[in-house]
Design a protein around this ligand. Structure first.
Ligand SMILES: *Cc1c(COP(=O)(O)O)cnc(C)c1O
Length: 481
């Protein structure tokens, strides 16, 4: 039985908490709140007892899948386990009870922490300065594109387009478009990396920037990154790194050393933070020294022993978010980095690369893997060969739910038909990967022997196949409708 809504359980007059009757002598609502601001009818809220409420939410919590209950092979998302110490630190009263409008002198600890995080991220990426303001990878991209725009304008030139590979994440063209640029696509070659010859054809004096993900969304390192950067710089354009895949690079190489001018971080991916369901994130942006004047304002600075917000930055693109960005996420990232240290960070990338290749190897005999060379932190399977059996990538994903796994990303990147994109974060044990591989191999057998098990999946859940587009088309979730 699906859990009923609280509204359906409501019984008029039932209460969870009762308050004593207010006994303010001669108090009148009208005296403090004008009539036009008062409700005309009772608020329709569910009326329910405390234990019913508690059981309702506890039961619902059992029904959701989270990184605390199982493995997320969700390519492109870096869904790693989040150490609980982060949650403890985020709840320290010294952090959780401060207000962003407090005087600077009274929040020196918090500002010091942000200053430290700015510097650690600069070091990790090989950038000169970092702004912590953007609150998502996509917002970091837009910030980066606005910085590119401000830079070109300051040089007295109006550039028109941004070049983006055909394997890119959809947020890349969206961000460049929002910053006022048109998009030019550069092809991937048969190896799955940027086609350098095609890039040379596309780049010209109107190019503002190239947006690149490295390792790219096929899980492959852009081997010719030096030449790619050179081609773009020769045209007076900037090279932007979509840093969503930084989990594969930590302590091994740095975007700044590869020649990138701007990079965003997805702190909620690489530096751990629960981020299912589109929850809060942080997308700091780092730049090389000649772009620092354009970073969002204010930046956190230090003078002597005093930390302060520097808003006197005339060339800045301005604010992209209120206050400091998502402070709680920044706090978690800071804790993560300080706990691991430099050695620990590079161990993350080494282990995630080993995990992904270990899993890929186990699946090679059962599934088509279009890109043969060793992968970085993730890899792609293609289910194209099963199309004539009526099986698609999403059927494999749905069947994985029956076996207790969160499904991998499907049908992205778009350049591989029927793709399943699998990421195996460093926080997963070898046994977890072995079990997952066994299940995928079992499903491969089912495709031949009992394909209906896939097309009918999931059968173990409270709901089966849902209409995946309806929720996006019909936004009214109010009850009663
Ligand atoms: C996740 C991701 C993004 C967008 O980041 P958000 O934080 O979700 O806005 C951009 N590019 C790539 C490659 C990603 O995986």
């Amino acid at each position: 039985m699906p859990e009923k809504l609280l509204f359906e359980k409501s019984v008029p007059g039932r209460r969870g908490v009762t308050f004593p009757t207010a006994s303010l002598e001669g108090f009148s609502v009208d005296a403090v709140l004008p009539k036009k601001c008062q409700r005309e009818s009772e608020l329709t809220l569910p009326e329910i007892s405390e234990n019913e409420l508690m059981r309702h939410y506890t039961r619902l919590s059992y029904e959701s899948y989270g990184v605390d209950t199982g493995f997320y092979p969700l390519g492109s998302c870096t869904m790693k386990y989040n150490p609980k110490i982060h949650e403890d630190v985020a709840r320290f009263p010294g952090f959780s009870e401060i207000h962003p409008l407090q005087p600077e002198e009274s929040v020196q600890g918090a500002l010091g922490l942000l200053y430290g995080l700015q510097n650690m991220l600069s070091e990790i990426a090989g950038m000169a300065r970092v702004s912590l303001q953007p609150v998502a990878g996509a917002q970091g991209e837009m910030t980066g594109m606005l910085i590119a725009r401000a830079y070109h304008l300051a040089q007295g030139r109006q550039r028109k387009h941004v070049i983006i590979p055909d394997s890119a994440h959809g947020t890349n063209p969206a961000s460049a478009h929002l910053a006022g640029y048109t998009i030019k696509t550069v092809k991937s070659n048969r190896e799955g990396i940027i086609d350098l010859e095609d890039l040379k054809q596309v780049v010209n004096q109107d190019t503002a920037a190239l947006m690149l993900t490295n390792p790219n969304t096929l899980g492959l390192f852009e081997r010719k990154i030096g030449e790619v950067v050179q081609v773009i710089h020769d045209a007076g354009a900037l090279v932007y790194l979509d840093g969503a895949n930084l989990n594969a690079l930590l302590g091994l190489t740095r975007p700044g050393d590869m020649g990138f001018d701007i990079v965003h971080f997805n702190l909620h991916k690489t530096f751990s933070t629960p981020h299912g369901g589109g929850g809060p994130g942080a997308g700091p942006v780092g730049v090389v020294s000649h772009l620092t004047p354009y970073l969002p304002s204010p930046l956190i600075e230090k003078k002597g022993e005093h930390f302060f917000m520097d808003s006197n930055r005339p060339q800045s693109i301005g604010r992209v978010h209120s206050f400091y960005g998502n402070f709680g996420i920044l706090l978690r990232a800071y804790t993560y980095i300080r706990r691991l240290g430099a050695e620990g960070l590079s161990a993350i990338s080494r282990n995630t690369i080993i995990n992904a290749n270990y899993l890929k190897k186990q699946l090679e005999a059962s599934y088509e893997i279009p890109m043969k060379r060793p992968c970085m932190h993730e890899f792609i399977l293609s289910a194209k060969a099963f199309r004539d059996k009526g099986i698609h990538a999403w059927d494999i994903a749905k069947r994985l739910i029956d076996y207790g796994y969160y499904p991998p990303t499907v049908n992205f990147p778009l350049i591989v038909p029927e793709s399943l994109m699998i990421e195996a974060p460093e926080s997963e044990a070898r046994e977890t990967l072995d079990d997952f591989a066994k299940v995928l191999i079992l499903i491969r057998k089912e495709i031949d022997e009992s394909p209906e098990k896939l097309t009918q999946a999931p059968t173990t859940q409270k709901v089966g196949r849902m209409n995946e587009v309806l929720a996006a088309r019909q936004l009214n979730v109010r009850y009663p409708a």
